[in-house]
Ligand binder design. Structure first.
Ligand SMILES: *[C@@H]1O[C@H](CO)[C@@H](O)[C@H](O)[C@H]1NC(C)=O
Ligand SMILES: *[C@@H]1O[C@H](CO)[C@@H](O)[C@H](O)[C@H]1NC(C)=O
Length: 363
């Protein structure tokens, strides 16, 4: 009885103690990928209106200002930065030359519409290759202005978190190609993503956070075409699963081949499809109709000044993309649990990295 009581007290005290500031564990966040995490790069590109998100009602819950984020508020990358104790990560194209030479807490290179493949929307957006080219400039021209010694720069890069969230647009793009077999297309994408990750590794990246591909067959534009309406397009989802089920294997293979390579694999697909049945727990009532526009009649596009649904927190999707509340639930669960994010929760991953650096320093 007495010991139980003490245990409870200790447990409660442990809960009250502040967590050590995580910002020391992960000094910076560099992000690559598509519209799920684009923080405004596409604002600076010459795109047609439907490729952009720099008009209201986007950003309605981001201080009321559109920023280029494809949602009503914060993205997954915003929440990861906050949970790691870092400032929000600015889009590369929005930074002046001077700002680029000063910043040491991370940069977002992601561009809505991009994919793993060089040919995916390559005429308009920043492809993954292009994003890596900009990162190369950061490593070669900008960061050395703050990290004068080569070892300092290497340490900075090896401790930073590299967020990669891409692949869904490659699946949207295949409508325009001769359809390869599902398996061979998945293998092709996996080979290419592996090459991108190896390139980042060669520039000094060691810690990766990699999202798998979300269930695009359940996104509003697909679901609205199904009978009954709102069902997921399983043809598309099955193709995506072929990639997703092999992605962890690719990451483990890189880990075994590249010294120091570590990763968190995040099952965005499992999270979003699970949310379709558990959403009510979080107050999300609508799991496929977008909040913007507020009606599925006619054009499904969220256009400038379209009136969105009143309570954004009741919708899984804002437009064609997950809403802020969905992003928030995802980031929190990935940070605290090792169900969606594996083999470690992001929090434990960040702590484990700092421990390994601590011990490395002693030798
Ligand atoms: C874009 O992709 C197409 C199709 O693969 C290719 O022919 C073209 O050269 C690419 N353009 C650029 C700028 O990479
Ligand atoms: C489901 O997705 C597949 C693959 O993208 C596509 O060919 C098919 O037309 C979609 N079905 C419907 C009803 O839109």
């Amino acid at each position: 009885m007495n010991t139980n009581y003490l245990t409870t007290i200790c447990f409660l005290l442990a809960l009250l103690l502040p967590l050590p500031s995580s910002s020391k564990n992960i000094p910076a966040l560099y992000a690559f990928g598509d519209s799920l995490i684009d923080g405004g790069n596409n604002n600076y590109l010459n795109l047609p209106l439907q490729g952009k998100a720099n008009f209201p009602p986007y950003g309605i819950d981001f201080g009321g200002k559109p920023t280029g984020r494809y949602t009503n508020g914060k993205t997954v990358v915003d929440y990861i930065a906050i949970l790691l104790g870092l400032p929000l990560v600015p889009p590369y194209l929005g930074l002046s030359k001077h700002q680029r030479s000063k910043i040491t807490t991370g940069i977002n290179y992601a561009s809505g519409g991009s994919g793993i493949l060089q040919e995916t929307n390559n005429e308009t957006i920043l492809t993954f290759d292009h994003q890596i080219k900009f990162f190369k400039r950061t490593v070669e021209n900008d960061l050395p202005q703050q990290f004068k010694e080569k070892v300092e720069l290497e340490k900075h890069l090896s401790e930073s978190l590299f967020v990669v969230s891409t692949g869904v647009n490659d699946y949207f793009q295949i409508k325009n190609r001769i359809l390869p077999s599902t398996r061979s297309f998945a293998l092709y994408l996996l080979k290419e993503i592996s090459i991108h990750l190896q390139t980042l590794y060669r520039f000094g990246a060691r810690k990766f956070f990699v999202n798998n591909i979300p269930p695009a067959g359940c996104f509003p534009a697909s679901a609205v075409r199904m009978r009954p309406r709102g069902n997921c397009n399983q043809t598309l989802n099955t193709m995506i699963i072929s990639y997703n089920k092999r992605l962890p294997g690719v990451l483990y293979q890189l880990q075994s081949q590249l010294p120091g390579f570590t990763f968190v694999h995040s099952d965005l697909y499992g999270f979003l499809s699970g949310l379709k049945t558990s959403a009510h727990k979080y107050g999300i009532l609508n799991t496929w109709k977008p909040c913007c526009p507020n009606s599925i009649h006619g054009n499904l596009r969220c256009l400038p000044n379209t009136v969105p649904c009143e309570d954004r927190n009741t919708h899984l999707f804002f437009g064609e993309h997950p809403s802020q509340i969905t992003n928030h639930i995802f980031a929190r669960r990935c940070f605290h649990e090792s169900t969606i994010c594996r083999p470690l929760s992001l929090k434990h991953f960040a702590q484990a990295s700092s421990e390994s650096h601590g011990s490395a320093k002693r030798y």
